[in-house]
Design a protein around this ligand. Sequence first.
Ligand SMILES: [Zn+2]
Length: 430
Amino acid sequence: MEVFALTLLFAAALVASMLIKFWLATRQMRHVAEHRAVVPSAFAASISLPAHQKAADYTLAKGRFGLLTMAFGATVLVGWTLLGGLDLLNTAVRDAVQPAWGDMAYQLALLAAFAVLGSLLDLPFELYSTFRIEQRFGFNRMTWKLYLADMLKGTVVGAIIGLPLAALILWIMGAAGSLWWLWAWGAWVGFNVLILVLYPTVIAPLFNKFEPLADESLKARVQALMARCGFAAKGLFVMDGSKRSAHANAYFTGFGAAKRVVFFDTLLNKLSPSEVEAVLAHELGHFKHKHVTKRMVAMFAMSLAGFALLGWLTSQSWFYTALGVQPSMTAANDALALLLFLLVTPVFGFFVSPMLAQLSRRHEFEADAYACEQTSGADLAAALLKLHEDNAATLTPDPLYVRFYYSHPPASERLAALASLGTGPAAAPA
Ligand SMILES: [Zn+2]
């Protein structure tokens, strides 16, 4: 009974999410295509027609490719689960590894085999996206050599970090009794905090060069802003983002006193010093409003719920059989349960994503308002426009598509909000 109910629930959720995604994507593409001929009046003075049309074409190219990727992803998911792909892989790995090497080696081998196969299946899509779409619109700076080096490094780093974590979680699942999910969640939280510490100093430098910000006048400007906002950071760095892509960005990493500010070299090349300052003030706004902490707490709470759910599901045989795999009577099934869970939860998670996107957009408005208090809203508006144009982001998205997917409000809404706040610090301290 439960077997049938779960199979049906999964299939229904998958079909429903696919229909909604397809509907939203076609709405978005139609909306962008319909507005391709004319720059929206609010932007007529600042965005040229060719730039507007490039953004439309880029959005349409990504949209069409997104539909293909989506259909492929759903096919692969059904292939792994209901059509028995994971069962096949699991049986092969288990028979080959478990008798001679035991449960742990078998389970790690299964996770590794799944990860490798999964990335091989995704590879053609990634290649097409980078070397065709991004290339065609002039964003790609990646060479084949760099792509291969990245892939190699990524695999090694993934194995060094992922295998011990997986071994720890699997060990807890096997040894910690019925409350294993609580301990496993604790290990997961600890691991995330560790990565947060290691990422800026150990992991990111493997892929990019970070140099201290050399421009003295910009440095003085940024430091004055941070002092004004009561914000301490360990250093200001410039990252060679131009090595891979022309898209521009700025971000903070690390936490506590070890925070770093990282500017992409592409950002510094495109924006004036006062615009860079306004973008940074926006990022500081996220810190002032504790968005980062809130997001982390929300993530940990959701993962606790996930682990609790998994704790219950692993002991139900229908969880496996309903999703196309046969649990073993003689070997551990924990890795199998983890994989099934990771495959299936995004299908249900899709239905919550509009709420998370909504929260994120609210945070963006709050950060913009903070930047407006600390620097000039006019500079922030100018920076947003430049970044929009340089990233070929569409100015005319479908409103419903925005509600569902956009983590950042569309430019028109952000600029309108900035305009309503006035265009500069209300009372700049002398
Ligand atoms: Zn933001």
